[in-house]
Design a protein around this ligand. Structure first.
Ligand SMILES: [Ca+2]
Ligand SMILES: [Ca+2]
Ligand SMILES: [Ca+2]
Ligand SMILES: [Ca+2]
Length: 300
C-alpha cells in the first residue's frame, strides 16, 4: 500500500522543509477550556515536538523536549493522557504520557513499526497499526499495553484504525481486494467486515463524527489528497477541501461543527480548521515551520 508508506515517510520528510512565512491569525471564537485545545506536532523551534494550542491558534505551548520524531498525538477520552508515536527507542513505538509531557511509557515495545494510535471511546483500549508481522495489521491493546490482539490477520495492508463513538466498530483502510486502499468497517472484535468505499484511487485516514453519523477521510480520487466526508454507511460522499495541494489528517471538533486537518496549501505544512461542510477554512498555525497531525481535546 503505497499511501500508508508515503504517509509514514511524511513525518520524516516534511521536517526537512524550510520555507518562509510570517504572520499570526486570531480566529476569535470563545470555547470552554479543555474543548478549545488542540495537540499537534511542530518543528518551529528547530526540531519536532508536541505542542498544544487553543482552538483559535492562540496560546501555543510546547509539551515535550528532545523527543525524537514525535508524531500522531491523540488525547485520551478523559483528557488526562496523550498517546503518541516516537522512535526514541530505535523504532516506531507508541508512548503514553501525562499532558504535561511527564511519565512517558513505551506501550508497544516491539522492533516492528507501530503507528496510528486511536483511543476507544471509554479510554480502556488503544487501536493502532503495526508492521510487526511483515504487513500492516490493525491491533488493539489495553491502554497499558497489555492484551494485544490482531484484528485484521490479512496479508494486505490494513491501517488507520478509527473507533466509532459508540465503541462498537472500527473503521480502517485496506487494499485487501487487490485494489488501492478503501475504507472498511469491522466490529471492535474484528468480525463483520463491511467495505464502505470502492474507488481506484486511495481512500484512507477515516475519522468518525462525534455523533457517529459521518466519517471524514482522505481520498486521492480527484487527483490529489482531499478531505471527504460520507455518511457512516458509505453514501453521500462529498469533497470538502477542493484544493490542488496536499490536504490530509482530518479530525473532528468534540461538538462536530468543525474538522481540523493539515495542508501545504500556503507553502508549508499548517493546521487548518473548517466548518464540517467545508466552508470557512482558517489557518490556525501560520508559522514557517512544519505544523501537522492535529488532535482535538476530548469533550469533558
Ligand atoms: Ca515498535
Ligand atoms: Ca494486513
Ligand atoms: Ca487537496
Ligand atoms: Ca507551518
Amino acid at each position: 500500500m503505497k499511501n500508508l508508506s508515503i504517509l509514514r515517510l511524511i513525518s520524516v520528510f516534511v521536517f526537512g522543509v524550510v520555507l518562509v512565512m510570517a504572520g499570526h491569525h486570531k480566529w476569535g471564537m470563545a470555547q470552554s477550556s479543555n474543548e478549545s485545545r488542540i495537540v499537534f506536532i511542530s518543528d518551529r523551534d528547530g526540531s519536532p515536538e508536541i505542542y498544544f494550542m487553543n482552538f483559535d491558534g492562540s496560546n501555543v505551548t510546547k509539551i515535550t523536549s528532545n523527543s525524537p520524531l514525535p508524531n500522531l498525538p491523540q488525547w485520551s477520552p478523559n483528557g488526562e493522557k496523550i498517546v503518541f508515536l516516537s522512535d526514541k527507542d530505535g523504532n516506531a513505538e507508541l508512548y503514553l504520557m501525562n499532558i504535561d509531557g511527564s511519565n512517558q511509557v513505551n506501550l508497544t515495545n516491539h522492533p516492528g513499526g507501530d503507528y496510528s494510535p486511536d483511543w476507544s471511546p471509554d479510554g480502556s483500549k488503544i487501536a493502532f497499526d503495526s508492521y510487526r508481522n511483515g504487513n500492516f495489521e490493525v491491533f488493539v491493546m489495553n491502554a497499558d499495553g497489555t492484551n494485544l490482539v490482531n484484528l485484521t490477520n490479512n496479508r494486505a495492508s490494513d491501517g488507520f484504525p478509527a473507533w466509532s463513538p459508540d465503541g462498537q466498530r472500527i473503521a480502517f483502510s485496506s487494499d485487501r481486494d487487490n485494489d488501492e486502499d478503501n475504507i472498511y468497517l469491522m466490529n471492535a472484535d474484528g468480525s463483520n467486515l463491511v467495505k464502505l468505499t470502492n474507488t481506484k484511487e486511495a481512500d484512507f485516514s477515516p475519522a468518525w463524527s462525534p455523533d457517529g453519523s459521518k466519517i471524514a477521510f482522505v481520498s486521492e480520487r480527484d487527483g490529489n489528497s482531499e478531505i471527504y466526508v460520507m455518511n457512516a454507511d458509505g453514501t453521500n460522499v462529498i469533497n470538502l477541501t477542493k484544493n490542488p495541494n496536499f490536504d490530509t489528517f482530518p479530525a473532528w471538533s468534540p461538538d462536530g461543527s468543525k474538522i481540523i486537518f493539515h495542508s501545504e496549501r500556503d507553502g508549508n505544512m499548517e493546521i487548518y480548521a473548517m466548518n464540517a461542510d467545508g466552508s470557512n477554512v482558517t489557518n490556525l498555525t501560520n508559522n514557517p515551520g512544519v505544523d501537522m497531525s492535529p488532535s482535538w481535546a476530548p469533550r469533558r
